[in-house]
Ligand binder design. Structure first.
Ligand SMILES: [Zn+2]
Length: 245
């Protein structure tokens, strides 16, 4: 199966820090990013009652021609119906960090993880839909409302995104759906392995471990302190005796 080619762009100013180099360096068996991450300005103001940008408004600001199979625009403005990703005509998608960055920061999850997850999600959707991104008006059964930590979680409650942006999985029913729609099993298995690398930084992984096993951490740190203390006093004794001689 050939890799899906994705054009990633930034739409408007991003007040959050997104590591563009980290994003472009990500390697996957199912997709590749083409070219550099270009910046496009937002030329209109919000047109929604709650300062959101309507679908028509965003659609008018997305580039129509681009390199690659589909386009993903990253923005920080609120989207219609408070979704964090919307699909548009001509294989274009817009995702927003609005509220999402705060949710992820609270759980110490890198915000790039949200982008990686969506790149995998839309690559698999693209493949299972016959090499196209379905319009948002099409009724599809790709997502499930139950939060399972799966790439295909609906995340209707936006804060649930923390479960699918730290070591996301593809749950059994989604694997079945993908295989039925002719996505090769070997590709699914490789993607499942790659998803394990979408995780928190080492410091926060250790902090989580300490939180999960507080007693064991205490026991281990006590043993370590005793070993270090004993070794230190032994060394001091040996050195002292050598010096006296
Ligand atoms: Zn699933």
């Amino acid at each position: 199966m050939s890799k899906v080619k994705i054009k990633l762009i930034i739409l408007g100013q991003l007040p959050v820090d997104v590591d563009k180099i980290k994003l472009t360096k990500w390697k996957s068996v199912v997709f590749e990013l083409v070219g550099q991450i270009d910046n496009y300005t937002i030329t209109n103001n919000a047109d929604g009652l709650s300062w959101e940008f309507s679908d028509d408004n965003i659609e008018n600001q997305l580039p129509n021609s681009f390199e690659g199979d589909f386009l993903v625009a990253m923005t920080h403005v609120p989207l219609e119906d408070n979704y964090y990703a919307r699909q548009f005509t001509n294989n274009r998608i817009c995702m927003t960090f609005y509220e999402m960055a705060d949710i992820l920061n609270l759980s110490n999850i890198p915000i790039e993880n949200l982008v990686y997850g969506l790149l995998y999600y839309y690559s698999l959707i693209y493949k299972r839909s016959g090499n196209r991104i379905p319009s948002r008006y099409e009724v599809t059964t790709y997502t499930h409302d139950e939060t399972r930590g799966c790439l295909f979680d609906m995340n209707g409650i936006k804060s649930d995104v923390v479960y699918s942006t730290n070591k996301p999985i593809i749950c059994d029913s989604c694997v079945q759906g993908l295989t039925t729609e002719r996505v090769p099993v070997n590709i699914i298995n490789k993607v499942k392995e790659e998803l394990k690398h979408i995780k928190k930084g080492i410091y926060y992984r250790l902090a989580d471990l300490i939180k999960k096993y507080p007693i064991w951490t205490l026991v281990l740190s006590t043993i370590s302190a005793l070993i270090i203390g004993t070794t230190g006093s032994l060394l001091a004794t040996i050195l002292w005796e050598k010096l006296l001689k």
